[in-house]
Design a binder for this molecule. Sequence first.
Ligand code: PXL
Length: 275
Amino acid sequence: MNYKRVLTIQDISCVGQCSLTVALPIISACGIETSVLPSAVLSTHTMGFTGYTFRDLTEDMPNICAHWQKEGLTFDGIYTGYLGSAKQIEYVQNIIAKTAADGCLVVIDPAMADNGNLYPAFDLDFVAEMKKLCAGADYLLPNITEACFLTGMDYRTKYDHTYIDELIAKLCALGAKNVILTGVSYAKGRTGVVVYENGEKQYYEHEQIAGGVHGTGDIYASAFVGAKLRGKTAYEAAQIAADYVVECILESQKDTTHTYGARFEPVLGKLIARI
Ligand code: PXL
């Protein structure tokens, strides 16, 4: 097996089954060494909890990067998710520039919005900075809300192929090489992902399960990174990640009181079996 090392940059929400507490176990389970750079430390994630603590780690980033450079550390993949500040984005770009190994896979999940709205911590200045980070993506993984903020297009819940094609064209115009657009539903009870790679578009459709669970975007991106770095094509990785998210949601439905995140752990074996 070709052993690889990935760096993932996103927050630690101590409780909440999202960001690093999801990315680290999932990518590791895929057989990949996973290094982390926490963008911030929060007591919980910011959706559905109130009064959470927030420790911004922006100013630790330059020193961490300098140390890695001194040690000659590089990464075969760099995957960024929820970031701690607009200023941090410039540091993250610099970390990518300085620590990407030859052929490094850069995956950007612009984790900042859902269901038509920005997450509580973010504003349009953050979006403007995030656009610059997205320009450097080998694979950009937004949901439709994030794609709208990044492109300035109107957010719609009812749409057709023309709308989705225009969103993807505008995301590529930002500079992203390839785009995986998640949560694209053309028919009732069905949802899926559009994989736009090297100018070709493919759609993977699957069952839509009622009642969204928080953190599934992070589970999706982590499984995509794991599968892609283990040699799957982007379309295969997008499929594997989508199927895994469905399994996680079904597993989560076994306990309706568990509302803050998805129970991804009991079904990790199903993901590994596909890798
Ligand atoms: O799942 C995305 C995410 C990650 N981290 C934090 C969040 C959210 C979504 O709200 O609040 C802190």
